[in-house]
Design a protein around this ligand. Structure first.
Ligand code: AMP
Length: 637
């Protein structure tokens, strides 16, 4: 058990030590399959999505083979967004904690290029970045790829969708032919397969096989919550749900202890269960759970394997499992001996894909659970309080207290109800009956799994498609009362989202055009990054010589409109305005007529996928695939 499994996979000693420090108990399925392949130097084609542990799947083996002395980049990771670049760089840093002289450098658009130039000069064994900025560095000759031993394309399908595939290929062609290559992608569209065929040769394929498994008698629900709000959400669920015994699944050994401690501090009777604990302690904890001396056990997969306790009424997946089989196994800890069981899954917005995948393999629907509100928590606490009060009222030893209070009330001419209220107030201070818990706003799920980059800042070098991908604007936030709706034509274009909902579109005019060497991907990048609008909702783009038009969802809020006015492409402000009547693409009266008639721009990649926005005529094709993903700008970040 425990990180011995990592050892047997062949991970180097310093990397193994870091994994142990992090509390990883066992490799996830994608790690177990990928690590030996990458350690052996072979190419790898992995179908894996966020949440499966794919970062460690490539970082651990590549770091195990690193040459600390070589300061020019030897591992190159390409990511679609700046936030993923940062996440991956941070992961490398934590896994390389015990490698002396190790440096990892994230490089992405939107960040000061001077700092990156200096850091590149100082040297880094690992460079993680977005394609546009990497190309910039290549052009400036500040990035030397001649010594690259391994190259990873992370979330390749996202890079394709964001129009980066040409840049990716340009970078690939600059890496040594003999370098090892790994490509991870949640899906394998034809364009990605083509890249894999061309650059990965006879790569070993890795994917998690999901056998269909049924889960009966278990009510399954999920809550979407941001990672840092999980503990609050858990506390609320525990307060409101009526449970007998509960297992909470987490990923690391350290989390079992941490969460159990925190639950105890909140008044729950809980215990940790992980592979580091001796067999005797583990058995004792389970027997306590059976006897009701402990109600909540916080466990890792390994420690809870085969656990069979009838009174477990609830399983909470605090951290999403790596694969669907593990999900089925986890929730199978409830609904024992013919009883009803409940399973609640916490997912962060970027894990939505895993949720859908679980639903598919289990052939079941996992219903959304609304975050318990302050009022619900309050009701529950009041109920518990009054129940306790009723019990206490039956206590035979209250006489002395009654006499004391009656005397006090009479002497001070008080109302008995006021006194009872004051006592209640004193009594509930530690656990308020009317709590003002922090408002947890459920984040919008991101079905495109692309809400990672919440960065800010203008990308002055016209590579802003690389940067500033934030939470997307919530379509529902596109209000009907938006001032920008005033005196504007009624929208005629309509697209359908994944749920079949009609999304009315409006045509906007942008003051950049072919004369500015603008490409559709620049426009998509600027709008997606600056306005947080998912590229799925960016409709038809038509490039004219001096301006362009783009279809966007109707009802754009004023602040977004203002942001887009100032947004720049090829150093020119978009100066967005609503195109004239009917949502058609004809130039407005203010604007010069195009010298040539409106032309559909050409896709630049061979299969056209990278520039698909420009090839549509009805604005509907790419929007059908994905659900809306606008969410509010993440103001907390
Ligand atoms: P990823 O799919 O790479 O985004 O990883 C998802 C999360 O799982 C990250 O927070 C990792 O730190 C965590 N993780 C990855 N591998 C393991 C493991 N073997 N045990 C526990 N946690 C892990």
């Amino acid at each position: 058990m425990s990180s011995n499994e990592f050892l047997s996979l062949g991970i180097s000693a310093p990397v193994l030590k870091a994994v142990q420090n992090l509390g990883y108990e066992q490799p996830s399925p994608i790690q177990a399959q990928s690590i030996p392949i990458l350690l052996s130097g072979k190419n790898l084609l992995g179908t894996a999505q966020t949440g499966t542990g794919k970062t460690a799947a490539f970082a651990l083996p590549l770091l195990s083979n690193i040459d600390e002395k070589q300061k020019t980049p030897q591992i190159l990771v390409l990511t679609p967004t700046r936030e993923l670049a940062i996440q991956v760089a941070e992961a490398f840093q934590s896994y390389a904690k015990h490698i002396k002289g190790f440096h990892v450098l994230p490089i992405y658009g939107g960040a000061d290029i001077g700092g990156q130039l200096r850091s590149l000069k100082r040297g880094a064994q690992v460079v993680v970045g977005t394609p546009g900025r990497m190309l910039d560095h290549l052009k400036r000759k500040s990035l030397n790829l001649s010594q690259v031993k391994s190259l990873v394309l992370d979330e390749a399908d996202e890079m394709l969708r964001m129009g980066f595939i040409d840049d990716v290929e340009a970078i690939l062609s600059k890496t040594p032919d003999e370098s090892q290559r790994a490509l991870f992608s949640a899906t394998m569209p034809a364009a990605i397969k083509r890249v894999a065929d061309k650059y990965l040769g006879d790569a070993q394929q890795v994917r998690i096989q999901n056998k269909t498994q049924t889960v009966e008698r278990i009510k399954q629900q999920y809550i979407t919550v941001k990672a840092h709000q999980k503990m609050d959400a858990l506390t609320r669920v525990l307060e409101v749900e009526k449970f007998d015994g509960m297992i909470i699944f987490v990923r690391t050994k350290s989390s079992t202890v941490d969460i159990s401690d925190r639950l105890q501090a909140r008044g729950f009777s809980s215990a940790a269960l992980n592979g580091d604990l001796s067999q005797a302690i583990r058995e004792r904890t389970i027997s306590k759970l059976k006897r009701g001396q402990v109600d909540v056990v916080v466990a890792t997969d390994v420690a809870a394997r085969g656990l069979d306790v009838e009174r477990i009424s609830h399983v909470i997946n605090f951290d999403i499992p790596y694969d669907n089989e593990s999900y089925v196994h986890r929730i199978g800890r409830t609904g024992r001996a013919g009883r009803e069981g409940n399973a609640i899954l916490f997912i962060t917005p970027k894990e939505t894909r895993l949720l859908r995948s679980i639903e598919k393999t289990t052939k079941s629907t996992i219903a959304p659970l609304t975050m318990p509100s302050n009022a619900q928590v309050s009701d529950q606490r009041i109920q518990q309080f009054t129940e306790q009060l009723s019990k206490t009222l039956e206590t035979p030893r209250l006489d002395k207290f009654r006499e004391m209070i009656v005397k006090y009330v009479e002497e001070n001419d008080l109302d008995m109800a006021d006194v009872a209220a004051a006592l209640t107030y004193e009594n509930q201070k530690e656990r308020p009956l009317f709590p003002k818990l922090d408002n947890i706003v459920a984040p919008r799920q991101d079905n495109s799994s692309r809400d990672r980059d919440r960065g800010r800042g203008r990308d002055n070098d016209n590579k802003n498609r690389d940067s500033k991908r934030r939470d997307r604007k919530d379509r529902d936030n596109f209000s009907k009362d938006s001032p920008s709706r005033a005196a504007r034509p009624k929208s005629e274009r309509v697209i359908r989202d994944e749920d079949g909902n009609e999304v009315p579109m409006l045509t906007y005019r942008l003051e950049v055009g072919k004369n500015d060497s603008v490409e559709p991907s620049n426009i998509v990048g600027a709008i997606a990054n600056e306005a947080d609008i998912s590229s799925q909702y960016i409709g038809q783009i038509i490039l004219h010589d001096e301006y362009s038009t783009v279809d966007l969802p109707d009802g754009m809020p004023d602040d977004v409109f203002k942001t887009l006015k100032k947004a720049r492409v090829r150093s020119k402000a978009l100066n967005i305005s609503i195109e004239n009547a009917g949502g058609n693409s004809a130039p407005s009266s203010r604007s010069p007529r195009p010298k040539k008639g409106p032309k559909k721009s050409k896709p630049s990649s061979k299969d056209g996928s990278s520039k698909r926005k420009s090839t549509r005529t009805d604005g509907s094709a790419p929007l059908k695939k994905k659900k809306k993903t606008y969410t509010k700008k993440d103001k907390q970040k």
